[in-house]
Design a protein around this ligand. Structure first.
Ligand code: ZN
Ligand code: ZN
Length: 309
């Protein structure tokens, strides 16, 4: 099962020659989800060879321009390219009004439906679920209404061992029972034990995206035991007061959240353009939590690589 996160943009505030504003694309079992849509998102998606129409849902953290200004253009392109299937969009309550008014004023007449879902402003709640994939949202602490998201992939069926499949001449009904974890009584009186013929249930994978936020208990709860968390780390510790005033985090604060939430690994991003070198941010984060990397724009992170052996 593929569960990949590609960083399309990891800069703060304004696009620079070095970084684009925030957006990420997730591929969970060939289902594509866009996380935030900063300016330049269409070009980045093309660089990653992601067909726009494959994106099933968009999850927006908040309404600041560096997280959302690429969305109207992307939707316009989806329309021009002939999209017919609905697009799910999750985010703050005022996202729908902003987007629909913009599309109306630009005379973008959509040939597909946009299905908006406003996140719960007060609690950590399921935002969407289908099959083995579940997305949770949690309100976080920024200057405006803002959310973090958690993507869980939780397999429900066991995988049959290849040797059993080849040797036992299994019927389809027997395969289904074994994959569900049930033992099978065969007509010859023998019993096939699911524990013997199947691999143990995969514990699944989980990814957390902080959006823009100061440290907050809601994010700690959302991120608990996640395999990987992307956390904004706009500033170094020397600017912790500025981080607080602007509703952002320092690299050390991101690392502290990762430690408290017991995540498997941490990616930091949303870098302020004031830092020519990001080594200082990484060093400050590593003093608190050692499994941390700087997010790299254009890089794809398969979640399996962060899973404990
Ligand atoms: Zn931002
Ligand atoms: Zn913001």
């Amino acid at each position: 099962m593929r569960f990949d996160v590609a960083i399309l943009g990891c800069g703060a505030a304004t696009p620079t020659l070095r970084y684009q504003p925030t957006s990420q694309i997730l591929n969970i079992g060939e289902k594509w989800f866009l996380l935030d849509a900063g300016e330049g998102v269409q070009k980045s998606l093309r660089s990653h060879h992601v067909p726009f129409q494959k994106i099933e849902r968009v999850f927006i953290s908040h309404m600041h321009g560096d997280h959302v200004l690429g969305l109207p253009g992307l939707i316009g392109s989806m329309n021009l390219l002939g999209r017919k299937k609905p697009l799910g969009i999750h985010g703050p309550a005022n996202l729908e009004r902003w987007l629909m008014e913009g599309l109306r004023l630009t005379e973008t007449h959509l040939n597909f439906e946009i299905q908006f879902s406003a996140n719960n402003q007060d609690e950590l709640t399921p935002a969407w679920a289908e099959g083995e994939i579940e997305v949770l949202s949690a309100p976080v602490n920024h200057r405006i209404e803002a959310y973090a998201y958690r993507f869980n992939w939780s397999p429900r069926l066991l995988n049959l061992k290849k040797s059993s499949l080849e040797l036992l001449n299994l019927k389809r009904t027997e395969i289904i029972q074994l994959k569900k974890g049930h033992d099978v009584q065969r007509t010859d009186g023998s019993t096939l034990k699911a524990s013997e013929h199947c691999h143990p249930l995969n514990p699944g994978l989980s990814y957390v995206f902080s959006g823009d936020t100061t440290p907050c208990s809601m994010l700690n709860a959302l991120a608990l035991d996640a395999d990987l968390m992307y956390h904004e780390a706009t500033f170094a510790e020397a600017l912790s007061l500025r981080a607080k005033q602007t509703g952002h985090s320092t690299a050390k604060q991101a690392a502290t959240t990762a430690l408290d939430a017991n995540v498997g690994a941490l990616l930091i991003g949303h870098f302020s353009s004031r830092y020519r070198s990001l080594d200082g941010l990484l060093k400050e984060a590593r003093e608190t939590f050692d499994r941390v990397e700087l997010a790299e724009e254009g890089k794809c992170y398969p979640l399996q690589t962060f899973q404990p052996n």
